[in-house]
Design a protein around this ligand. Sequence first.
Ligand SMILES: [Ca+2]
Ligand SMILES: [Ca+2]
Length: 164
Amino acid sequence: MIKPNYFYLMALLTTIIGLLPKVVSSQESKIINPDNSHQYFLTDIMSWQEAKILAEKLGGYLVTINDSQENEWLVKTFIKQDTDFLWIGLTDFQEEGRFIWSNDQEVTYINWSEGEPNNNPLQGGEDFAVLNGFNNPFKRLVGTWSDAPEKARLRGIVEIPLSN
Ligand SMILES: [Ca+2]
Ligand SMILES: [Ca+2]
């Protein structure tokens, strides 16, 4: 069942949460993926664009998922029972229907949910990809991807390659 007001409600809730003092920064808990030795962490709740800018400031990028192994590791590591969606680096913001990684890496693997990306017109279009968690309201399979609207406020997955 489609809930068109979901993202609006999430944005409202996020605004309220944003007014509360932050106790712990999620940036403090970076995790290393043994397959590629890259560091990953979750941002606080924010827009895709804000998460992208934060990732780049920290020497990384919004996660690029290059194969099924990386996708599975991300699910195992970052998806909890209450996770709805997490931002990933894929976007068709520049050209509708042509999804690219925001750091210009080649798209070598995709894992869209059935029926996605749908650029949902009820959301005013959708140009920013998410990794679906257990609590996603559209009942997408956990670990598959959907496109979501710019107005959504979510945590994002940042990937930082080794610097040495
Ligand atoms: Ca789109
Ligand atoms: Ca969608």
